[in-house]
Design a protein. Sequence first.
Length: 254
Amino acid sequence: MGDFGEVRLGRDKLASYLNVETFDPFGDIGVAGSGANNMLGNATVAAGTQEGSHSKRASNIVSYLTPKMGGFHGQVQYGLGERASSEPNNSRGNFVSARVGYQSNPLDIALGYAQLKGGTAIQEVTYKALNLGASYDLGFVKPMLLVATERGAGRGVNAYTLGASAPVGQSGEFRIGYTRFNTRNQVDADSSKLGLGYIHKLSKRTVFYGLLARVSNDSNANRGFAVSSSSLASPLIAAGDTATGYSVGVRHSF
């Protein structure tokens, strides 16, 4: 790390995923998180990728982060899937990801992109993810918007998240987010998700939280509270079903 920026090696979050996390009022955490990543499927469905069609994290990353330049910033990554050179389609698991943005209070805006190699030894599949997010802190409320899309294996999903966070007194914060999922290759396969939450600071590092979420599926959609989180992906929701989830707890940041 220095005046030139920063270089990272190893396991890290995808640069493009940072948009999903940043412009979701819930930080893409818990039952109320938008879930606007891995929208085509997790590692089981998106075979050959490291952790899904647009994963949160990956291993074997070489990453470069630019220094802040008048509010502008950028990040580019290359990830290695560790396939033997003798294997057919040995680029499976490799990916590139990038993010560019501008952050200067009260405005934060960023564009993210990722391209991941998956498939099988017989057929290689390329998954592409593109997202754009923005927020504007007005003091009494912070509205935010995220538009995300994923393509691959003849399928496509778009997601639109509109959310906001607002302080309540000196220690509380109210959060709300609505996400609409549109499936491009299937009729009546769209979903919507509404999340509500309250966060109360007990100290600088400890908070109490309560979250509530409602997922509504069209007749051919079976989305749950999350795709890439094993704890929230089960039990599976049948096509056309709706589901309500809630969580209450205490979080401590070390």
